[in-house]
Ligand binder design. Structure first.
Ligand SMILES: Cc1cc2nc3c(=O)[nH]c(=O)nc-3n(C[C@H](O)[C@H](O)[C@H](O)COP(=O)(O)OP(=O)(O)OC[C@H]3O[C@@H](n4cnc5c(N)ncnc54)[C@H](O)[C@@H]3O)c2cc1C
Length: 320
């Protein structure tokens, strides 16, 4: 028996680990795109997750992780390995501290903090996905990002559990040390929030959710903003000079401004389109394929490069 086969058999014996051979990844992504994986391994048990990681570390199996699948592009051929999904979702408060497991919905965390009168997350209402991935990609919106509130992050390197404080996580705009070390698995985190006011926080979250629902219709098969916004200080002066001051927010220029300038709105390849109301929003109108999505993204990148000499980078993650 090969090492890989033996490892697969051992995975199937781990209590509380669900193994779905050949799972179709389009059922696990908001884009509704992507072919099958070898098997999807999911669990809400930290012990089962660590056991699975121990088996994988000692094997030659290829594997990766997903959360809620809201920021992912998966190829039509699928993923040639195992896909892990850790969905433990507990949230507890202790004074201004909140402990949350990686599989909790970020939205549930925002609502929990609001209900407990703990401030600092309310502007992140409406960002889809789970807390683990929010840390991985330092999710944020409307002037708040998760990094600002992190006290510590517990994560697994193989079956070994480690803990980093916020500085050690090396957060930047949509970046963290976890993005550069994809095999590290975020398990839970501690957040330090401020004393706030439940009612006013809940009002703010509700108003932000309403704004977001108009921008990103809840049923839309998409990944939110597809390209990262650009930092003004990193732009060549000749390009920065072309950007109207009115579009600059917190030192950033929306990628959508450059995309709109190159005629992205409404551009389509097959069933994959750029929204006609938002140049940085790409969606699957139904029955689309990833190959068309990639063609469309490459065309948008080419247009921005030809016009501005800028390489725009995907915010969305490719499953690899
Ligand atoms: C309509 C819409 C609006 C959006 N708006 C915003 C926004 O305003 N701001 C923003 O920041 N993002 C936004 N996003 C993007 C997305 O919501 C975030 O990136 C979110 O954090 C992804 O969470 P997820 O659980 O779906 O992750 P997934 O898409 O499943 O995974 C994303 C990445 O995280 C990694 N990952 C997942 N779990 C773990 C873990 N436990 N440990 C280590 N790595 C892990 C995966 O390997 C993958 O590379 C939006 C998306 C949509 C669809």
């Amino acid at each position: 028996m090969t090492l890989a086969l033996a490892a697969l058999e051992r995975l199937q014996t781990i209590p509380d680990l669900t193994v779905r051979p050949g799972a179709l990844l389009q059922n696990y992504t908001r884009f509704r795109l992507g072919g099958p994986c070898q098997a999807l391994l999911s669990t809400t048990s930290e012990a089962a997750y660590l056991s699975a990681l121990a088996v994988l570390t000692g094997s030659d199996l290829t594997w990766t992780t997903i959360g809620g699948g809201t920021n992912l592009i998966v190829s039509d051929a699928g993923y040639p390995g195992l896909v892990l999904q850790y969905s433990a979702a507990g949230i507890t408060a202790d004074g201004p501290g909140v402990r949350v497991e990686a599989g909790a919905e970020l939205n549930d965390l925002v609502d929990f903090a609001n209900a407990h009168g703990l401030a600092g997350l309310e502007a992140m209402a409406g960002i889809p996905g789970w807390v683990g991935a929010a840390i991985y990609g330092n999710a944020g919106a409307y002037g708040q990002s998760i990094a600002e509130r992190i006290d510590w992050v517990r994560f697994a390197v193989g079956a070994e559990v480690r803990q980093f404080n916020r500085e050690e996580c090396e957060f930047r705009y949509r970046e963290s040390i976890f993005k550069r070390n994809k095999s590290w698995q975020i398990l839970s985190t501690g957040l330090r929030l401020e004393r706030g006011n439940s009612a006013s926080q809940a009002d703010k979250s509700a108003s932000i959710r309403a704004t977001r629902d108009a921008k990103f219709p809840p049923a839309m098969q998409c990944a939110g903003s597809i390209f990262k916004n650009l930092l003004l200080r990193e732009l060549p002066p000749a390009v920065a000079a072309q950007v109207p001051a009115s579009v600059i927010r917190e030192g950033k220029i929306p990628a959508g401004w450059f995309l709109e300038e190159v005629g992205a709105k409404g551009f389509a390849v097959g069933a994959i389109s750029v929204a006609d109301f938002h140049a940085n929003l790409v969606y699957n109108s139904g029955g689309g394929v990833t190959a068309d999505l990639l063609t469309l993204l490459n065309e948008l990148k080419r247009r921005v490069f030809d016009r501005f000499g800028l390489v725009i980078e995907e915010e969305v993650q490719y499953l690899s």
